[in-house]
Design a protein around this ligand. Structure first.
Ligand code: HEM
Length: 455
């Protein structure tokens, strides 16, 4: 992990400013310690940007990496043809070679088309009632309790995605199996990549295999006609079960491809939405004026008779201020602090020559905190989204061909959940701690504990 990349010479990077740090570990230690500080890797990056400029090199987490920032770099890295996604080693191993995150070009487009329809606004409509009912049920037992918002958000978002993908019941043995395997898989991403029994990474691979067995079983039952549900998995099975036509069969996904991509959706969609919901509640708790405005929007929906328990699908498209609160949350929290790419061709950026094969990190935190794009960036101010943003300045859901395909689902889950939270409760944080978890997706380390009271 650390030694292999050190064997390749960084000589070609000589013209790029920056330091590669200590032998073998490079700058990994200061990167990791900043990673879990409240501003995240922002401090690591800011001190180096002040010293070296917008483009600098480093050696972190086993890779020679070029860090870059700014709207132009974002445009080049997110929409250019000269890069591919650079998934870290543990992610590659757990998600499998046919995951959307490991494919490029035409194959990537094909997989995107496949998930595009079920995750579109129209495709999600049939899940609305379930999501609304689940949000109401989840919040029902919040009254008067001490709640870890992150835990509650995690349970909610996992049940939603389990239902959309394979109609999992929100309670019961199968849900429990699904949840416990998923938790182990999820924590293996940030583990050391040692595939030795007893390590978190090894446990993650085993949990992945158990999850695939569970999927195999469901797929088998569906193909036998023993079970039918109108969900994401069913649409895949219908389109991709092989028949007599050999040519058509070549176009179809194998079961392995289906499973790799179902797991990809689970992994990409769960922690991100959980983190977004948690940060959103934290920022609302710290900004009473914003919370009041948000309440007014949801109160109006309630007064129209189409809110509360009767929340209707049409009202989801009638929450303009809520959408701005979501965007501002994603800007302030920058849940995915950098986007990793690999150069597939030689090209130039900000006057520096980038060579094929180099790892490139787009630093999104600096873009989201640039006062040129976001005046007084430290303020939580959803009204800054009243005006259209400059292209490539807001990257909460990314941009270009790899822009988040789960954007509609994430917004739907958050809008529904927040509608019920702000209409029913007030909450008080039980401790003041701004540390973040040292995981790829930024989340409050203390899980945001609050005392919930009825309004
Ligand atoms: C608030 C919640 C979410 C946030 C903030 C978020 C953010 C992002 C961002 C920034 C990217 C682009 C990363 C890059 O360019 O390197 C991305 C990609 C992706 N997201 Fe999301 N996401 C969220 C929810 C979801 C959900 C609910 C799903 C699926 C159910 C999902 C599935 C994916 C997938 C599969 C990709 C990879 C796309 C590709 O490589 O073509 N995300 N997400």
């Amino acid at each position: 992990f650390f030694v292999k990349p050190m064997l390749s010479s960084p000589k070609a990077m000589e013209d790029i400013p920056g330091s590669l740090g200590w032998p073998v570990i490079g700058e990994s230690l200061s990167f990791l310690s900043e990673f879990s500080s409240p501003p995240g890797i922002y401090n690591f990056i800011k001190t180096r940007q002040q010293k070296y400029g917008k483009v600098f090199k480093s050696f972190v987490l086993g890779r020679f990496t070029i860090f870059m920032t700014g709207r132009e770099a974002a445009r080049t890295l997110l929409t250019g043809k000269d890069v591919s996604l650079n998934l870290f080693y543990t992610g590659q191993q757990v998600l499998g070679p046919t995951s959307l995150l490991q494919t490029n070009g035409e194959e990537h487009k094909r997989l995107r088309r496949l998930i595009g329809e079920p995750l579109s606004i129209d495709g999600l409509r049939k899940y609305f009632e379930f999501i609304n009912m689940l949000a109401i049920q989840t919040l029902d037992n919040w009254t008067g309790r001490k709640v870890l918002v992150l835990e509650e958000a995690s349970t909610f978002t996992l049940k939603v995605i389990g239902h959309i993908i394979m109609s999992l019941e929100p309670t019961g043995e199968e849900q429990e199996k699904f949840r416990s395997n998923f938790k182990v898989i999820s924590s293996s991403f940030a583990a050391l990549p040692l595939k030795v029994p007893g390590t978190a990474f090894h446990r993650g691979i085993q949990a992945r295999d158990r999850m695939y067995e569970m999927l195999d079983d469901i797929i088998h039952r569906r193909r036998e006609g023993k079970d039918f549900h109108d969900d994401f998995l069913e649409s895949l099975i219908m389109k991709h079960t092989k028949g007599a036509d050999q040519e058509a069969n070549n176009e179809k996904l194998t079961d392995k491809q289906m499973k790799d991509n179902i797991l990809t959706l689970l992994v990409a969609g769960h922690d991100t939405t959980t983190a977004a919901l948690t940060w959103l509640m934290k920022f609302l708790g710290e900004n009473p004026y914003v919370l009041e405005r948000l309440r007014e929007e949801h109160q109006q929906i309630r007064e129209s008779g189409k809110g509360g328990e009767n929340l209707s699908w049409s009202e989801i498209n009638n929450m303009p201020y809520t959408l701005k609160v979501i965007s501002e949350t994603l800007r302030r929290a920058t849940i995915l602090p950098w986007f990793s790419r690999k150069a597939t061709q030689d090209f130039e950026i900000d006057g520096y020559k980038i060579e094929k094969g180099w790892s490139l990190n787009l630093d999104v935190v600096s873009i989201h905190n640039n006062p040129e794009y976001f005046p007084q960036p430290e303020l939580f101010d959803p009204s800054r989204f009243d005006e259209p943003m400059k292209p490539f300045s807001f990257l909460g859901f990314g941009n270009g061909p790899r822009m988040c395909p789960g954007i509609n689902l994430a917004k739907l889950e958050i809008c529904v959940f927040i509608h019920h939270v702000v209409g029913k409760f007030k909450w008080t944080p039980l401790e003041k701690d701004d540390s973040v978890q040292p995981t790829l997706v930024r989340m409050p380390k203390n899980k945001y504990p609050v005392l919930v009271e009825p309004l």
